[in-house]
Ligand binder design. Structure first.
Ligand code: ADP
Ligand code: MG
Ligand code: MG
Ligand code: MG
Length: 403
């Protein structure tokens, strides 16, 4: 078969590929295929059987990032993604796409089509609300983080997992883009709005206190093998429907700080809040959306805490985890990390190379300048004073005070 050695597929190749690999799609002449990827790294193909509407997804990794040839990456990252999706499906049933086949030769993964869902970032930019979002996300977080940690797992088995999911290449991207470049632009890749250039140089690049805290957090990211984190849990990695939530794209997964995932969700929900707060005109629909979003941010954090403590009680296997008060102390460190990492994500998405549409889609330049400064100011407080943030309301109070 011509699919025995790797090449980057075009839609016509994918049709032939699927008809060869998936018995339910073997009638090649009935299939159509479109490339629907919109991420920074990979190619995503949707194959449809036009006679009955059945559909399937093929995600293939290239040798470089899709966003820029500058990022040379092993296509093996899709193997990590497939393995992680299988593990997450066991830990958090129903909250990730089903994987049908992983192909190590073609560096691709055949998975469930979630086109009946929408990407959360896109939906939030249309001011849509999802009543189960916080409940589902907090379940996903507790099940994938607590249950893969030393609190619950046999320590030797856990160490084997740390090794299996080591992921140095994609961790390096995060170490650069999130933890280094936003503070000193050492690779000259930052992209600043001209109107905010001087402000960012003064309040980010030259803020020694901020840079020191970012440096501390960077060492924590590199050394704290706390739990199996998703590693890229922004609102573009979450598919939603009124009655369903699915987390996709775990190729950055590795053993890192729990707060990395929670902080990413919180930061990206704050971006959606910022877009609404700065662009929606005053009127009944504005608070209808922003109140729901504030409640969702609060609940992601507070339901996480509640489920984490309950899960600890039921599942803790580590003998010293039963010492009175350890659970609350541990949770507080996770909350502090969450605040700090939310701040880092907010800074890097405005200063660094990979932007978010919540901010870049603000067309009125004066509003965009203000929105960026609001996010950066909020982010600085979250990083520098991260030990003050213990529950959802602490963060909501900060964004409302700063607005
Ligand atoms: P990348 O790693 O390049 O960021 P993603 O996994 O985030 O790739 O996928 C990019 C886009 O492809 C998503 O935003 C979504 O629109 C689409 N997509 C990815 N997986 C699926 C799926 N299982 N079903 C439907 N669409 C998908
Ligand atoms: Mg993605
Ligand atoms: Mg995407
Ligand atoms: Mg990805």
């Amino acid at each position: 078969s011509r699919f025995d050695s790797y090449f980057l597929m075009k839609p016509s190749d994918v049709i032939e590929y699927i008809s060869e690999k998936m018995p339910a799609f073997k009638k090649e002449h009935q299939l159509t295929c479109t490339e629907i990827g919109d991420g920074n790294l990979n190619y995503v193909f949707r194959v449809v059987d036009e006679t009955d509407g059945a559909s399937i997804i093929v995600k293939q990794a290239g040798d470089t990032a899709r966003i820029s040839d500058e990022f040379k990456l092993s296509a093996n990252r899709i193997r990590n993604e497939s393995n992680i999706l299988a593990l997450q499906a066991k830990l958090a049933p129903g909250l990730v796409p089903k994987v049908f086949l992983y192909d190590d030769k073609m560096k691709c993964c055949i998975m469930e089509d979630l086109s009946n869902h929408v990407i959360l970032r896109t939906a939030l930019l249309k001011f849509q609300v999802f009543p189960n979002l916080a409940d589902d996300l907090s379940t996903f977080l507790v099940q994938t983080l607590l249950m893969t940690s030393d609190i619950v797992m046999n320590h030797k088995v856990k160490k084997e997992q740390v090794k299996a999911f080591i992921n140095p290449e994609l961790c390096e991207i995060t170490e650069d883009l999130v933890y280094s470049e936003p503070f000193n632009d050492y690779q000259n890749r930052n992209i600043l709005l001209p109107e905010n250039k001087a402000w960012i140089e003064k309040h980010i690049y030259q803020d020694k206190k901020l840079r020191l805290e970012a440096a501390k957090l960077k060492f924590d990211f590199m050394t704290n093998s706390q739990a199996l984190v998703h590693g890229d849990l922004h609102t573009g990695s979450i598919f939603v429907r009124h009655d369903s939530t699915k987390v996709i794209d775990p190729e950055f997964a590795f053993y890192g700080p729990m707060g990395y995932d929670i902080g990413n969700i919180v930061a990206n929900l704050i971006f959606a809040w910022t877009n609404a707060a700065f662009t929606l005109s005053e009127g009944a629909s504005k608070p209808w959306f922003t109140d729901w979003l504030e409640e969702t941010i609060t609940q992601v954090i507070d339901l996480f805490s509640e489920k984490f403590l309950a899960g600890w009680k039921t599942n803790a296997a580590e003998i010293m985890a039963k010492e009175e008060g350890l659970d609350h102390w541990y949770l507080e460190t996770v909350m502090n990390d969450t605040a700090g990492i939310a701040g880092l994500e907010m800074i890097r998405r405005i200063v660094g190379i990979a932007k978010v549409s919540d901010i870049t889609s603000i067309e009125n330049i004066k509003l965009r300048v203000k929105a960026e400064r609001f996010c950066l100011q909020t982010a600085k407080t979250l990083i520098i004073n991260r030990q003050n943030y213990k529950c959802g309301n602490d963060i909501i109070k900060l964004i409302k005070d700063n607005f």
